[in-house]
Every structure is written in C-alpha cells, then in structure tokens.
Write a protein that binds this ligand. Sequence first.
Ligand SMILES: *[C@@H]1O[C@H](CO)[C@@H](O)[C@H](O)[C@H]1NC(C)=O
Ligand SMILES: *[C@@H]1O[C@H](CO)[C@@H](O)[C@H](O)[C@H]1NC(C)=O
Ligand SMILES: *[C@@H]1O[C@H](CO)[C@@H](O)[C@H](O)[C@H]1NC(C)=O
Length: 370
Amino acid sequence: MYQCNRTLLFTLLLLMIVVVLILTFYYNSETEELGNVVLLDNVDYDQQPQSYLDHDRLFDLRLRYDVSGENCAIGTPLFAVILVTSYFGNVETRSAIRRAFPKDSLRDLNATFVFLLGRKSDDMFVKQDAVLDEAHRFGDILQGNFREAYRNLTYKHLMGLKWASERCANAEYVVKMDDDIVVNLPEILKVLRNVKLPQKLLAGYILKDMEPKREKANKWFVTEDEYRDKVYPTFLSGWFYVTNPKTSRSLVRAVRGEKYFWIDDTFITGILARKVKIKHYNLGDYFTVHPEFLRCCMSDVSKLSVGCEVMIGPNGGDANLFFEFNRALGKCWKSGSCKKRDLPLNRTCVAERVVNLGRGTSVIEDYKLS
Ligand SMILES: *[C@@H]1O[C@H](CO)[C@@H](O)[C@H](O)[C@H]1NC(C)=O
Ligand SMILES: *[C@@H]1O[C@H](CO)[C@@H](O)[C@H](O)[C@H]1NC(C)=O
Ligand SMILES: *[C@@H]1O[C@H](CO)[C@@H](O)[C@H](O)[C@H]1NC(C)=O
C-alpha cells in the first residue's frame, strides 16, 4: 500500500515537472515570437493578434484599441510606417498631412501614416463619431483607451511602437513624428535609403545631458519622485525619429519593471533605450528649430530653384505648413534639378522663434544674422 502510494506520488511529480516544462517552453516561444501579422479592420479586442505583452498591460493600463488602423496589410513589404502623435481634436493637421501625401503618392514612397489618438469626451468641436468617420474614410487612425493628456503621452507613444511592431513587422523602418512638425518626407526617406543604419536603430536629433526641470512653474516640471537623477540619459527628440519594428518591440518589452514616466521621448528613447543598450544615431543635421527657416526655403525654391538642406522643423502653429512646404519642395523632388544653396540658412534667413526640441527640454539657440 505504502509502496503503491509512493510510486503514484512519484509519477504525479514527474508529470507536474513535464507540464511545467512544456508550459515554460510554450510561454517563452510565444513571447519571443511576434507571430504572423494579421490584418483586421475592426476593433474586437479578443480577435487581435497575439500580443507579446502579458495581457497587453502597459504599467497600470490594459491597452485596447478603440479604433485600429488598417494600413499594414499582410505580405506587403513597406519601406516606412510613419506613426504620427496626433491629438483627438487636431483634424486640421491630419488633413494637411494627408493632402500633402494622398494614397497614391504614399504608394510611390512605399510608406503609410498612422495617427495616434487617445480618448476624449465629445466637445463642441470634435466628437468621437467624427473621429470614427475619419478612421473609416482613411483607415489611418489608431486610438487607444486612455484619455488625451500630456501626462498620457507615454502611453500613446508606446501604443504606436507596439502596434507597429505587431502589425507592421514587414516594414523596414518605423518613423515616429509629432503632428506639429513639418517633414520633407521624400527627401528624408531618400536619406534613409542611402545610409547604412544599424539593426538596433534609434536615429534622430540627439539630446545629451538634459536636466529635469525642477521649477514648479515650468510646464515640464518633474518631481524628484518622478525622476530622481540630475540628468536624463541621452535621448532623441520626439519630434521625429527613426527606428524599426524589432527595435520598437524591444523598447516596448523593456517597459516591464519600469515606473511610468510621462515625458515620452525621454522615457522611451532615453531610459528604455539605455536599458536595452541601443545607441543613438545622429540625424541632427536635417533639423531646424526655426519655423522661419522652412518658410525661407519655400520662398527660395520658387524664386531661385535652390533646394533646402533642412528637412524637419516645427510648424510654428500653422497646421497647413506641412502641406505647403512639401508642395513647394516637391518641385525639387520631382525635377531633381534644384541647386545647392551657397550660404547656410542661418546666414540668409531671419529667425525669431525657437521651438523646443525635446518635450521637457529647451534648446536655446538664438540665431542672428551675422
Ligand atoms: C517597399 O519597401 C520594402 C522594404 O524596403 C521593399 O521590400 C519593397 O520591395 C518596396 N516596394 C516597392 C513597391 O517599392
Ligand atoms: C490617462 O488615461 C487614463 C486612462 O484613461 C486616465 O485614467 C487618466 O486620468 C489619464 N491621465 C490624465 C493626466 O488625464
Ligand atoms: C549655421 O549653420 C551651419 C550649418 O548649416 C553651421 O555649421 C553653423 O555653425 C551655423 N552658424 C550659427 C551661427 O549657428
């Protein structure tokens, strides 16, 4: 009797070990494998592709998509999926971007836009129904189940990277930009086609030795509790940076064990990047902090047929500048006959304003005509 029990117990134990081993293996292979990219055009959470995050948890948020884009179809290799941090009510900026690059011109560029939105209660100006209409019409909206707020930007940014790495694994590059930025898209994509970039990729405007703002009055005020150290790790401006699906995935996975930090570019391209040992690649030469420089370029191209060395800059509050800049500079792109500028922009153009490059940082560079 006693003997029999021991055998039984032993068998049970063995069985349990086997089960545990199988489960561990299964779990690991599931978290390691991204799985097939599945195209879905509705928002049924349970039918979404297997996520590599436990229960889609980002910190205390169980992420769901209220609206999910349709633009990364199975099997179509794409050069770039462009994630645009937008805002529920920014209908105009989205419209300017779409007008600059309608569907067929995006196809020529081998790129697609995805606008990242959060939730907002209906207000006088924009209602959720309008956003749904927009999503239906253009199929380029990704809306998460968190409230639109400055302090929720990290959710929004991570949502974009996660979505792109799961749904657009077939894209060569993932570009992340803000919707108040002007980008000469054909030219910057040309740059990307012509440089050899590392596999672990974070390329953009590098911000080094930036310090947290400790004055309460500052919009970007950060408490010691939110961020303890005196300086931030090196990070990229969230205005515009380039990564790829694999790097996006490792950044999102690096969230595990971290505390939520609301300054999204610092957190993701700085704190998380340092954790997973990603170096930054400098594209700073293509950036300007002056919206005026973009306008100078627009006038120079029409008057003098000179190109623009600057490809990325702030729109300075003019939602339509993205469209106008690309239309003007498109002349150079199409004809390929624009000349190089003799003097740099800072010698020929008067800039009055400086727009902050990082969210919690300010780049003080006052350009004067010399
Ligand atoms: C789009 O880009 C991908 C990735 O670089 C490439 O494999 C594919 O051939 C491109 N397609 C077109 C139509 O250029
Ligand atoms: C961020 O989103 C969550 C989820 O919707 C919400 O509970 C929270 O209040 C939001 N944060 C801010 C600062 O609005
Ligand atoms: C003007 O721009 C050039 C490069 O375009 C740069 O080398 C130079 O330092 C800039 N000058 C000033 C005064 O910022």
